[in-house]
Write a protein that binds this ligand. Sequence first.
Ligand code: GLU
Length: 264
Amino acid sequence: MKDPMKSRKSKRWVIKAGSSMVCSGGPLLLRAWMQQVAALKRDHGIEVIWVTSGAIASAVDRTQFIRHLEKKTLSQKQALSAIGQPLVMDLYNLALQTNGLIGAQVLLTYDDVANKHRRANFINTMEQLLAWDVTPVLNENDAVATEEIKFGDNDTLSAKVACAMKADRLIILTDVEGLYDADPRQHKDAKLLNQLKGIFKKTLDSTGRHAGSPRGTGGMYSKLTAAKMAARQGIETWLVKGDGPQVLLKVAENQTVGTRIQVK
Ligand code: GLU
């Protein structure tokens, strides 16, 4: 058994999957992701920390009683997350198991990484899981997170986790190919930006703050903010289309895919 305190030889990635990907991709996509996670570990020596959204959206999909409400109250969202989180974990456990992997659920609030002692606890648990070759699957603990102790979106959560766990890369799986030089929904000739050297204020300013899809809370602005946070700690971020074929393996091979945000 590996000692979690020994110096790290393997590379470490934090991979974040958004709500719309998880819900529309369902069991098949999750199985394809976990197959790639197994290959990342086996063939590339990469440890994976998985951050998932989709608890609230899965509960909305499963239950009928709240679907019609455009604006949900905080307590409704909290209750929905409590319904949806086990549904999401069922999907992950099945996908992990099919690929010979063991998963672990870790639910976090902002305090767990902001407070020095809680952060140390979190890191110890994560190091132990990784040393046991277990794949941690993280989400925000929305059921108990009030506005003051919320990350707000899982892009921020994934960047904080990448920094705390000294990851080498942050991979954000989204439902678009990456960052474009204009909104591709409005401009047909918008070009995908394959590489950026850091995130500049003008890139952030030109990106709308609205949510990227009706299901998630993120959008491109929060992804770029997460990338900026990661870059400050020397962590490279990749924004890639989550259901692209073998997309994680392409990232491992440094192929040109999505948007690679290098550290300045
Ligand atoms: N933590 C929320 C969920 O699992 C999602 C937050 C986000 O959209 O990033 O439903």
